[in-house]
Design a protein around this ligand. Sequence first.
Ligand SMILES: Cc1cc2nc3c(=O)[nH]c(=O)nc-3n(C[C@H](O)[C@H](O)[C@H](O)COP(=O)(O)OP(=O)(O)OC[C@H]3O[C@@H](n4cnc5c(N)ncnc54)[C@H](O)[C@@H]3O)c2cc1C
Length: 388
Amino acid sequence: MDTSFSADEIKFRGEVRAFLDEAFNDELRARLNDPEQFRDAILDWQQRLYSRGWIAPNWPEEYGGTGWTVTQSFIYESERARAGAPDVIPFGLKMVGPVIYTFGNEEQKQRFLPPILQSEDWWCQGYSEPGAGSDLAALKTKAEWDGDDYVVNGAKIWTTYAQYADWIFCLVRTDSSIRPQEGISFLLIDMKTPGITVKPIETIDGVHTLNEVIFDNVRVPVANRIGEEGGGWTCAKALLAHERTAIAGVTESKRRIEEIRRLAKAEISGGKALLDDPLFQARLATTEIDLMALEYTELRVLASSAEGRGSGVESSLLKVKGTEIQQALQQLMLDLAGYYGGVIQGDEIGHDYADIARRRFMYGRAATIYGGSNEVQKNITAKHVLGL
Ligand SMILES: Cc1cc2nc3c(=O)[nH]c(=O)nc-3n(C[C@H](O)[C@H](O)[C@H](O)COP(=O)(O)OP(=O)(O)OC[C@H]3O[C@@H](n4cnc5c(N)ncnc54)[C@H](O)[C@@H]3O)c2cc1C
């Protein structure tokens, strides 16, 4: 893999920098950091990307993708990290969008893809259920035919941002009499449909992102099923590969390293900056080296999938290593905050970053669970990569 940039690529990097300097300004940055304003601010950011034509680098060009090479995507992601700009919300653009353009019919593509690109529809993911997480094929939410509709009954849990969502993509059981994986279908459900209740679940960081979503005789047009009845498991697996690659979060971790380096430079302990402490330096350097290795692994995976290769199993490796690095960085930032990392949200003592360090650390425990727990990803790797 040649990692030196051509003249065209350097020109492209200049264009990305110019766009980010203008579009990702301090006013937007402040709104994104305010939980009250987060929803509108992230939509605003996504619409700026859409207007520039850069909202969906990972989509094929015919559906609205950028047509970038792997190197251009790498340049864009690196510059985004440098600017501290956030990634898009993944549920529409990185999860259900690719499922719709891969497995959906023409009508579904025309109906659902444009509002995803324009960030008009907010999507959430209805996979997990009480009793069906790692063993996803055990899901029980049932969809039964009635005229032109399915009638859906059951409950989904841990549904991120369901409180904002216009649509939910769901795995539902359409046949209980056959092998569990073969009786699952993939349905798109309008969250305004009568019979849907969203109940909040507050997490340890004190923020509301998770929910329970209950379906009580919810009527969903059969036309909203993606692929064949019973073909949901194929869609589910393709989507999970996209999800796990996104969870690896290389760009976000690069942003965090820069942030930690800046904070550690300003943090004086025993008369010298913490950044000069050999133990702290060693921990930061070890994590940074791991991140560089992960970044090159991710680029190799992206390059081979651009050439039509790649089994999807690599996404499990990226997810495991990426989330371990995220947690190492969260631990480093919490250690930087010292005792102040233990203060309760809203207390006005200590560093201004201590509260965010604590919240990130606490929410960050979930990264090795969501998208399929790391233990399960190791099982997948053992079976499909190592042949154990
Ligand atoms: C913050 C957060 C956000 C989430 N967002 C969503 C969302 O938007 N939509 C959605 O559908 N789901 C979401 N999830 C759910 C997530 O996908 C599940 O939590 C995850 O798949 C694990 O399932 P579980 O919680 O039922 O744990 P379980 O499956 O009960 O696992 C419990 C423990 O047992 C271990 N374990 C289970 N099976 C095995 C095995 N075969 N071998 C070894 N160890 C095993 C697991 O690693 C884990 O440590 C979210 C979860 C979290 C924490």
